[in-house]
Design a protein around this ligand. Structure first.
Ligand SMILES: Cc1cc2nc3c(=O)[nH]c(=O)nc-3n(C[C@H](O)[C@H](O)[C@H](O)COP(=O)(O)OP(=O)(O)OC[C@H]3O[C@@H](n4cnc5c(N)ncnc54)[C@H](O)[C@@H]3O)c2cc1C
Length: 116
């Protein structure tokens, strides 16, 4: 597996500040996941992905079986809606309310906790 990101590293936005970071990276390395930074996806064809380094502009083609694209995110509050039918005191925080970043999810959870 190879993760390709246009950013200089994975988890650029706050993720490396969380206590999860060393465990996440250990698991990725144990699973032999290749991490390719500073690289954009130029084209996805059947069986191949063409990627280009952001700064050197050098391109290469990766042979692939599957491609998982991370793009815009939409909230999923199915669990909240299902439980709302049972008259529980429920609060939505994080991505189920509005997909942002991990810092926002933690802050929203903290604020709900303080208000209880
Ligand atoms: C590819 C990608 C990269 C990202 N990179 C960064 C980054 O670098 N820095 C950063 O700060 N943020 C990043 N984010 C955003 C960050 O991951 C989220 O904002 C954060 O995880 C939101 O936390 P959460 O607890 O709201 O939701 P989640 O972390 O998604 O947790 C929700 C949990 O609820 C579970 N769940 C959902 N529905 C049900 C159900 N019906 N029943 C039981 N369980 C259910 C899910 O399985 C999941 O475990 C990234 C997101 C993506 C997708």
């Amino acid at each position: 597996m190879e993760i390709v990101t246009p950013f200089p590293k994975l988890g650029l936005i706050q993720l490396d500040l969380t206590l999860q970071w060393p465990y996440l990276m250990s698991r990725l390395h144990s699973a032999s996941v290749r991490i390719t930074s500073d690289t954009i996806v130029e084209a996805i064809e059947v069986g191949t992905v063409k990627v280009t380094h952001v700064y050197s502009r050098e391109s290469r083609t990766i042979a692939v079986d599957h491609v998982v694209i991370i793009s815009a995110r939409i909230p999923n509050d199915e669990l909240y809606q299902a439980l709302a039918a049972h008259s529980l005191d429920l609060h939505r925080i994080g991505d189920c309310l509005s997909p942002l970043d991990i810092g926002n999810a933690i802050r929203e959870g903290y604020e709900v906790g303080l208000a209880l």
